[in-house]
Structure formats: C-alpha cells, structure tokens
Design a protein around this ligand. Sequence first.
Ligand code: ADP
Length: 449
Amino acid sequence: MKQLWISYVSHVTRLFQSSYDSKTLPYWRDRIFADMIIYILPLSIIALIPGLLLSYKYELYGIFFGDIIVFALVFCCGFLPKISLNARKILFGIAVYTVALTMLYYLGSFGPGLVYLLAITFFVSLTYPRKQALWTAWINLGICLLYGLLIPYNIFESETLSLFDRQLNWFGISSNMIFLSFLFPFLVPRLYTGLQTHIESQNRLEKELKQEQMKLRESMRKLEDKNVELEQYAFIASHDLQEPLRTITSFLTLLKERQADKFDEKGLKYLRLALEGAQNMRMTVQDLLEFSSIGEENPEFRNVDINEVIEVIQSLLNKTISEQKATIQVESLPVIKTNQRLISQVFLNLITNALKYSKPGVPPVVKIGQVFNEEYWHFYVSDNGIGIEEEYFEKIFVIFQRLHDKNIYSGTGIGLAIVKKISDNFGGKVWVESIVNEGSIFHIQIPRI
Ligand code: ADP
C-alpha cells in the first residue's frame, strides 16, 4: 500500500513538474497545485461513490452524469501525459465549476453548490496571481445573481416557500459566499507576499555570498600564484647569491687575517663591519634557502623520538647554553611519526629564540614539554625572556618580520616563518602566548598520523 502511494505521488509530481525556478513564487504556486491534486484525486473517490449511488437511487441522472464527467476531468487533469501545467489547472477549474453548477441546479439554494463556487476562488487564489482570483469572485457574483433572478421562473426547485422567501433566502446565503470569494483573493496573496520577500532576500543573500566566494577564491588563487612566484624568486636569488657571498666572506676573512697590519684603526673597523654584514647576509641567504625548500619534496615520515631530537639540539647549542648559564628543562616526550629534519628545524628555531630573546642579566630557563590532545601532538617551548606584545602575536610568524634592531638581537626574521611553514605542511598550527617581561610560550600542534 505504502509502495503504491509512493509511486502514485512520484508519478503525479513528475507530471506536474513546474517550469519555473524553485526560487520563484510561480514555482511555489505550481507546487501547491501539484500537492493539492495528489490528495484530491483519491479523496474525490470518497465523495464520488456515495454521490453516484444516491443520485442513481433517486433518479437524479443529471448529478449522476455530472459526477462521472467531473471525475473524468479530474482524472485527466491528474494523469493525462504531455499536457501543460496550465492546461491541468484549467481542467481542474472546469471540473470544480461543473460540480458547483450541477449542485446548484439539482440541490438548489441549500445545496453545496455555493461551497464549490467558493472552493474555486480559493483554489485560484492559491495557484494564480490575485488578478485571476478576482475574476472567479466576479464570476461567482454573476452566477449567484443569475440564479437569484431565475428563481421566479421555477427552473430549479420545488415551490414550498413563497417566491419572495426563496429569493431572500438565496441572496442571504449566497452573499456570504460572495463575501468570502472576494476575501480570499486579498488574503491569500498576503501569504505569498511574505513568502516572496523571504525567497527574494534568500536569493539576494545567496547571490551575494556566491559573488563574495568567487572574489575570495580569485584572491586566494592570486595569492597562491604570488607565493609560488615569490618562493621561486627567493630560491633563485638566494641560490645565486651564495657563491659570490662565500667569495666576499672568505676574501674579507683573508684580508683581516693576513693584511690586518696594513689597516689603521678606522680601516679595521670598516673591515669588521663589512665582514659582519657579509656574514649576516649569508645567514639570511641560508635561511631563505631553507624556507623556500620546505614543501618542495615529499618529506619522508618515520618514527622519531622527540627526546633524541632535543638532545641533539642541546648539544648543538651547548656553547650558547653554557655562556648564558641557561637551564633547559625537558619533560619526557613521545616518539611520533614525522619527518626528522623538519621537526628538528622547528625545535631548533624555537629553542634558539628562547635563548636569544632572554632578559639581560637573567639566565634563560627554557621548558620543553607536551600537552595531551587526542587529535594532535601538542608541544610547547616556554621561556622567561623579554616576551612579546599581543599585537605582534601573529605578525612574528610572517617572513622578515622582526621586532628588534639587528644590533640588539641578531637575526634574519625567517626562523618563525620556517616553523609556521613546516607546521602548515604537516597540517598543524603554531601560535604564541606571551607576557611582556615575563616570557613566552610557543605552542605547536601537528596531527597524529
Ligand atoms: P629572528 O629571530 O631571526 O629575528 P624569527 O622569525 O625567529 O626571526 O622571530 C621573529 C621575531 O619574533 C623576532 O625578531 C623576535 O622579535 C620575536 N620573537 C621570536 N621568538 C621570541 C621569544 N622567544 N621571545 C620574544 N620574542 C621572540
């Protein structure tokens, strides 16, 4: 039974497909019509069978044939293939008018004819714009007037009442129907106005959203192109700069070592500054190369013991640690599946910074640990250094963004950009918490794989 109902509904829905876009009002008018027909078809059988039996029994053959014609019309409206939706609506309208007129003719002023006349206005109010609905109200008015005027000719019903009473009854009852017929075309479109405003604002919002998304996508694409270009440029420039820089540094070192006696004090100072400049530039070039090479090749992932990574870094930084009398406190860290070179680079940069940005005269205390998280490996590197103002929390991860003069804290401004790029490549994230003059905590999360 359920299956039968489902296939019946899908069949009627398919035949009653609206040609309008679902985001328009006419579409909803068509849709309501289709839904109406879906229920009216089976329900009309309930009204039809007793109607046929009664009219047959009392020999009201007009009603009998009227019922059959109406059912045939509704059936054609619901099941005839290849006719337009508008034709279906007209067929349905004719069917309801036929019922109304048959009822009026046979059952007179107290019969249900008036109800059907009202129903047609209601139906047209739901499925057509107000203008068409008002036509039906006028037609109803015309039918009722005509009926009233024909009463004296005794075409319709028996003469149990006086002519005056029959006409009075008729006009009294039908005026209520006329009143409602004019009411529907004004009330129902109000419903639609609300629906229309809602649909229109939704359409507008959707359109705006689509435009914004397109703009965003375009900007992202441009940004990505620019980034690739920039990285290629940085790679080529830094790669090509390496050789001449090495030559400059080695000749300046040679000059300083072998020809120092030929320079006066000023000359030696200039030589020292030139050497420092060249060395700074080499560091920048190396960091740039490192930065642009991340993500170039597919990194090899294997189990890496982070405790060992930290041990190696500690031994690399041994000299600085003892010079600064720094303390490094390491929690027990996990073995994780990752790329050894990249994760080492992350910790090296963070620990180097934690030592570098220490408060003058205060030995650095650097803590390295982990926070439990089901989805990510979450590590932190904290220090008791100079700290960072909140407004720079994001900026420091952008390449070449530095907060201090090179003469006070040396550096290239690439270290944290490298950390961010690696964590992005891992599908993770990095961020900082900090209080100026108290210290910073750098957090890094990378997905567990
Ligand atoms: P660099 O250290 O070479 O300048 P980074 O990218 O590593 O470049 O760091 C960017 C900036 O972030 C630094 O110039 C510094 O101002 C700030 N910074 C980084 N780490 C710390 C830290 N642990 N404490 C305070 N400031 C920091």
